[in-house]
Design a binder for this molecule. Structure first.
Ligand code: GLU
Length: 582
């Protein structure tokens, strides 16, 4: 039997058990991550007093839409965010960038698994059978056409369609038809009374019987519907608190009605968990934050550029593109969408956790930001660690109104974090990111990654942007392209003053033994002082020689990262390439 539900204040003498129950139909949406985070925080917060558990269950009863790959992706996204689960599918974390420590997450220590609903059909059947035996559920044989006709009739009569068992329903005959192997669904007999849902956010919500009907609990394919499976599993897994998106509030009367009707094998009744439905998340313009937003942006770009650049190879075929462009609601598979965006060099709005990861956000920053979506402690503190969040978080602080996703704010959070991060940690995160999305950088930089990260971070808002100021490290010494303006201004001005300094600077640098940024800068500084020159007089020509432009990270870092031999080679080539015409 499920533990006793908590009282309205959320206090309980039982262990708090929360769960996240995604359907594996695609990548984890950022709103789903918010749900998971709140569940996780509540299980680890002060109410739980150190004994709470966060459970992960994969709701894959929709066979056509579910996939193993999507389930795996969701586990990986959660692990990356550092949202680990005590009960659930076993998962091994390798990533150095996950906040969860390396090792195993999940497992079935309480023996309430399996955690994939498709592996629990026998369990659901036993509960459904007891409902049928008690005539609280019944087989129905209506075909799709028959149901359509009933809906049309209701429409014509201007009433909402509700399926209610006919007064003359012949139970014996129906059971005989089932025994004879006829295809059917099982419907729950909704008791003819209003259902009251007590919600920690919405308060007490009454659903009149007139809005409820005999909904399906087992489909023709033998799989339970979401409503039945979720209620059975929450009970059997001991879930005490159901935190989920507001879109499920209207499902809750069905769940509460089922909890009133379902019984265990020993005849004992089901409990009712505490519910908290969280507000929706909207884009800044008030539209719903939907996976289709990405397609929308990509479609616009493809229409502008023409489809030639984005079809063929591992990109969609012409025909696929046409079908996609022609249908407002059509979506490309997400890996193809990424390739289309890459081919067009455009950024797509981040919607799924994977999008934020790819864009170079840090997992702790994403968690911090999404914690603010629909939750507030009532103070102005916006930056906190997840341990602090667990400590602060209470169900009563969840807001009722929709939350707005502010990308600029998230970006600012990420920027601030990158600026103050311990260099080796930043390098570790960056390496993990590069290994996944930009392996060339990790290979090319090798040991130099911490130094490169430190040198490049000043303007980087994301891990992805760390590469931008370091472009000169990924070009061969003899392939630097010189920017004409920089050459004119820095090297050729005043009769080639800058250019003339370069061979001397090369000689001086050749004698520097300690090739660290500090000692390089000290050597250049001393050299300038000896000649009564400002540091810029030497630094700018050197920058042009190293990068082809007059902008680069700090001079010491730039030269040190390039390496002594390459620095000397670049100086020599710069002088030869940019010689002043006689
Ligand atoms: N599988 C449902 C979903 O992904 C879970 C809803 C719930 O938390 O009950 O929306």
């Amino acid at each position: 039997m499920a533990p006793k539900p908590s009282d309205a204040s959320g206090k309980t003498d039982q262990h708090i058990i929360t769960r996240f129950a995604p359907s594996p139909t695609g990548h984890l949406h950022i709103g789903g991550a918010r749900t998971a985070l709140f569940c996780w925080a509540y299980a680890h917060g002060k109410r739980a007093n150190g004994s709470g558990r966060f459970l992960l269950r994969i709701e894959d009863t929709d066979q056509k839409r579910s996939s193993e790959a999507a389930a795996r992706g969701i586990l990986e996204d959660l692990a990356w965010l550092g949202i680990d689960w005590q009960d659930g599918p076993e998962f091994v974390v390798h990533g150095r960038d996950a906040r969860a420590t390396d090792g195993k997450i999940g497992g079935d220590t309480r023996g309430v698994g399996p955690y994939f609903q498709a592996q629990r059909l026998g369990i659901y059947d036993a509960y459904i059978q007891r409902l049928i035996d008690a005539d609280l559920a019944y087989p129905a044989f209506d075909t799709g056409e028959e149901l359509d006709a009933m809906r049309a009739e209701a429409r014509e009569a201007k009433r909402t369609f509700r399926y209610i068992r006919a007064a003359d329903y012949d139970r014996e005959a129906s059971l005989a038809r089932v025994a004879a192997g006829e295809e059917h669904v099982i419907r729950f007999r909704m008791p003819a009374e209003a259902v009251v849902v007590r919600d920690e956010v919405a308060g007490e919500v009454t659903f009149p019987y007139e809005e409820l009907d005999d909904f399906i609990i087992r489909k023709r394919d033998g799989f339970p519907t979401y409503h039945l499976a979720v209620v059975v599993d929450d009970e059997l897994m001991g879930v005490t608190h159901v935190l989920r998106g507001q879109e499920h509030l209207n499902n809750t009367p069905k769940h509460v009605a089922l909890q009133g009707a379902l019984t265990h094998e020993d005849g004992s009744a089901f409990g009712v968990p505490s519910y908290a439905h969280m507000p929706l998340i909207f884009n800044a313009d008030g539209s719903k934050m939907s996976k289709r937003d990405k397609d929308k942006v990509a479609k616009k770009a493809v229409r502008q550029s023409g489809s030639e650049a984005v079809s063929g190879g591992d990109l969609p075929t012409e025909a696929e593109l046409e079908a996609w462009l022609g249908d407002k609601t059509a979506q490309l598979p997400s890996d193809q969408l990424v390739r289309v965006a890459e081919a067009l060099a455009i950024d797509l709005p981040e919607i799924d956790v994977e999008d934020f990861r790819r864009a170079g956000y840090l997992p702790e920053v994403v968690c911090n930001y999404i914690a603010l979506l629909g939750w507030s402690k009532g103070d102005d503190v916006e930056r906190f660690t997840m341990a602090e969040f667990c400590e602060k978080f209470e169900l009563g602080q969840i807001g009722k109104s929709a939350a707005k996703f502010d990308r600029e704010k998230l970006l600012a959070f990420n920027f601030d974090t990158i600026q103050v991060m311990e260099p080796t940690l930043l390098a570790e995160r960056w390496r993990a990111w590069c290994e996944r999305y930009d392996p060339e950088v990790a290979t090319a930089l090798g040991e130099r990654m911490p130094q490169a990260a430190g040198a490049a971070r000043q303007r980087a808002k994301t891990l992805r942007q760390l590469r931008e100021p370091l472009g000169f490290l990924f070009v061969a010494d003899d392939a630097i392209e010189f920017d004409a303006k920089a050459v004119k201004k820095v090297l050729h001005k005043n009769d080639g003053e800058g250019l003339r300094l370069l061979p001397e600077l090369g000689e001086m640098l050749a004698a520097v033994d300690d090739w660290s940024p500090g000692s390089i800068e000290a050597a250049v500084g001393a050299w300038c002082e000896g000649r009564g020159l400002g540091m810029g007089k030497a630094a700018q020509p050197l920058r042009v020689a190293m990068t082809g432009t007059s902008v680069s990270p700090g001079l010491g870092d730039t030269l040190s990262l390039i390496g002594k031999a390459s620095v000397l080679a670049r100086i020599e080539r710069c002088v030869a390439t940019n010689a002043l015409a006689e």
